[in-house]
Design a protein around this ligand. Structure first.
Ligand SMILES: [Zn+2]
Length: 166
């Protein structure tokens, strides 16, 4: 049997001329080779084009819109996180500084402390303020960070929702 070149076979197949159709039907060797060539070409195209399809964003948005999660519920969750964080902050202040009524007094004392330190009259007050305030500031920053992470979790769709099947 006179087999044509694989290149000629592939080219004829690509252009749909049907030039070697008869031979392919009667020669399993060439048919197999051509199929192998086609698969390889497909893989190569896939490798060479890692870009997402042009309509990926539109499809993602479609999927996100299709998700039946009302925005009102998400905002309620986010709001409760913020409220809980503020409550935790107040509670931590009460736990470290005493009754809530002392908030203003403490701030005034702190201001006084800074002022006296500035004037060089009482460095001890300023030192006491800075040493006790540091852990409180740190814990408040931590709480704020946690609440922001919580909000992000609420605002960002889970990865499963973003999954797009090509
Ligand atoms: Zn052949």
């Amino acid at each position: 049997m006179d087999c044509p070149e694989l290149e000629a076979l592939a080219l004829a197949h690509q252009e749909g001329t049907g030039e070697y159709a008869e031979h392919l039907a009667s020669c399993p060797d060439c048919a197999g080779l051509l199929e192998e060539h086609r698969q390889l070409e497909k893989d190569l195209f896939r490798l060479a084009d890692p870009q997402p399809p042009a309509d990926l964003v539109a499809r993602v948005m479609e999927r996100v819109a299709a998700e039946p999660l009302p925005a009102r519920v998400e905002w309620r969750v986010g709001l409760s996180i913020v409220v809980a964080t503020l409550m935790a902050a107040v509670l931590s202040f009460v736990a470290t500084r005493g009754p809530i009524g002392l908030l203003g007094a403490s701030a005034a004392r702190a201001l006084l402390g800074w002022k006296t330190a500035l004037w060089g009259l009482n460095n001890a007050v300023q030192l006491a303020w800075s040493t006790t305030a540091a852990p409180l500031t740190l814990s408040l920053c931590l709480l704020l960070f946690l609440s922001l992470v919580g909000l992000r979790r609420v605002a960002t769709p889970r990865p499963a929702q973003l999954e797009v099947h090509p």
